[in-house]
Design a binder for this molecule. Structure first.
Ligand SMILES: *Cc1c(COP(=O)(O)O)cnc(C)c1O
Length: 477
């Protein structure tokens, strides 16, 4: 079978194979990489997933994306290693809340958020593709809280990778910060930026195109990295098959920030999984809700909330959906994104919105979030985190609505462990979540990070003065 190729959403960058797309971040034309075509698992192939454990499901779902760069046995070994460290045998267990409402717990990895599911695999893919290749990678990232710690835990100590992670100072929880800043591996560099997540993310994008960083091989672990999305497609199949797919359609409610997690659900649908609906749940930073419900994709100011990992106005992965909505016309996406970059607004024409009919959306404010959190505590005896509560509030609002057939199971993606946001959970539910073993002692450990001004040059110079240059022989190629 010829290997899958990846193309840019802006239509003007070289096509790459899986190994290169994994090690690259942004495409050279500023776009994001997507598979040249969607592989399909037909109904029999989906039925054949019944009874398989998480790792075997992962191998079946991801094999079409990686073939020719990884053997099936390699892929299986990498998945085993990645998911061995999860503290639940099902890796991503389902829990039933009431007749129709389910939670898919994605927080059993080392940093207690769903980012681990993808990054534990990505770290191992980096190792696999870099070992012996003589390449030195500089990973730059921006985090609204959870990506940073998951990336650092996946990459700490790797000899061929330097990690530079920016977080918006004071806008992430203490646990989130300490999960990053207490990692003392010499290849890990934490930067606290006096600005917002969107400032930091804009810096990351700029570093890819900065001639002054030409001596470094810049890479990304943000969800602009295709391999992360690919790893997240797996749990949509895993959950849906357990709830009766392909014979029954499932709806998913996804607490959304950068549009990565919910886009993985869209990929699952394109691959043949019968998905009834993808509910995009946002907090009051609601650009995606406005875009999907009214065609108004315009960035406002970021409002800090109790769900900081969703305090985002510009969702980089939305460009991947735009590409699909534009009938994969890269030139059209490029024109739209360039206009968005200067105007900070886009209006989505009706022909494009028609191609996003699988999605609905909801904007959940602080009171609705707290109500959902309390409902889970009182009616289902389950403590959930504020991000999950946003998803659950949207799921409960959608349940029984005319556009969702009665009896459709709705799976809310539980994206973080409640202990990661203990104060906010206690405020809403009146009960403090117990501290899991993994983070016991975190508050007593020494921290290391650099506080930096929010301007681009300061950040770029910090990276350039500490990163190791791309391997000498690669430069002469
Ligand atoms: C990252 C994150 C989200 C948002 O996911 P996206 O893929 O960025 O949409 C939601 N909840 C938690 C806990 C997260 O860490």
């Amino acid at each position: 079978m010829p290997g899958m190729k990846y193309v840019s959403t802006r239509g003007d960058a070289p096509a790459l194979d899986f190994a290169d797309v994994t090690l690259t971040g942004l495409a050279a034309d500023g776009g994001l990489y997507v598979p040249e075509e969607w592989p399909v698992l037909d109904a029999d192939a989906i039925r054949a997933l019944r009874g398989l454990d998480y790792v075997e499901t992962a191998v079946r779902v991801m094999q079409p994306f990686v073939s020719s760069d990884l053997t099936e046995a390699d892929l299986r070994n990498l998945c085993r290693a990645a998911y061995d460290g999860f503290d639940h045998a099902a890796v991503t267990p389902l829990r039933q809340l009431d007749a129709d409402q389910w939670l898919l717990e994605l927080f059993h990895g080392p940093t207690l958020a769903f980012k681990d599911v993808a990054l534990q695999l990505l770290g191992r893919l980096f190792e696999q593709f870099l070992s012996g290749a003589g390449r030195q990678l500089t990973v730059v990232g921006a985090t609204s809280g959870d990506t940073g710690s998951a990336a650092i835990h996946a990459l700490a100590g790797l000899d061929s990778v330097d990690v530079f992670m920016m977080h918006p100072k004071g806008r992430i929880s203490d646990v989130q910060r300490r999960q990053m800043t207490t990692v003392m591996a010499p290849n890990v560099h934490n930067m606290a930026i006096n600005g917002s997540f969107d400032d930091a993310q804009a810096h990351v994008k700029r570093m890819f195109r900065d001639p002054q960083l030409r001596g470094f091989e810049i890479s990304a672990v943000n969800s602009i990295n295709w391999a992360r999305l690919m790893a997240q497609v797996v749990y949509y199949f895993y959950a849906a098959v357990r709830l009766g797919a392909p014979e029954r359609k499932i709806a998913f409610s996804v607490p959304t920030g950068n549009f990565g997690d919910v886009f993985a659900g869209y990929v699952a649908h394109r691959m043949g999984l019968p998905v009834e609906r993808l509910i995009v749940a946002t907090n009051v930073n609601d650009i995606l809700h406005r875009a999907l419900s009214a065609g108004d994709y315009s960035a406002g100011a970021v409002t800090p909330t109790a769900s900081p990992s969703m305090d985002i106005q510009v969702s980089s992965n939305f460009e991947r959906l735009l590409f699909e909505m534009a009938g994969r016309d890269g030139a059209r996406v490029r024109t739209m994104m360039e206009s968005f970059d200067s105007e900070r607004r886009l209006s989505l024409p009706a022909d494009m919105r028609a191609r996003a009919a699988l999605f609905s959306s909801a904007r959940i404010d602080a009171d609705q979030m707290a109500l959902a959190l309390r409902w889970a505590r009182e009616d289902a005896d389950m403590l959930i985190d504020p991000h999950t509560a946003i998803g659950l509030a949207a799921a409960r609002a959608a349940s029984g609505r005319k556009d969702l057939p009665a009896g459709t199971p709705i799976v809310t993606l539980a994206t973080a462990h409640p202990a990661k946001f203990a104060e906010a959970v206690e405020r809403a539910a009146g009960e403090r979540p117990r501290t899991p073993e993994r983070i016991a002692g975190l508050m007593d450990r020494e921290e290391r990070f650099q506080e930096l001004a929010a301007d681009y040059e300061t950040v770029r110079d910090f990276v350039a003065s500490r990163a190791r240059p791309r391997a000498a022989h690669a430069e002469t190629l």
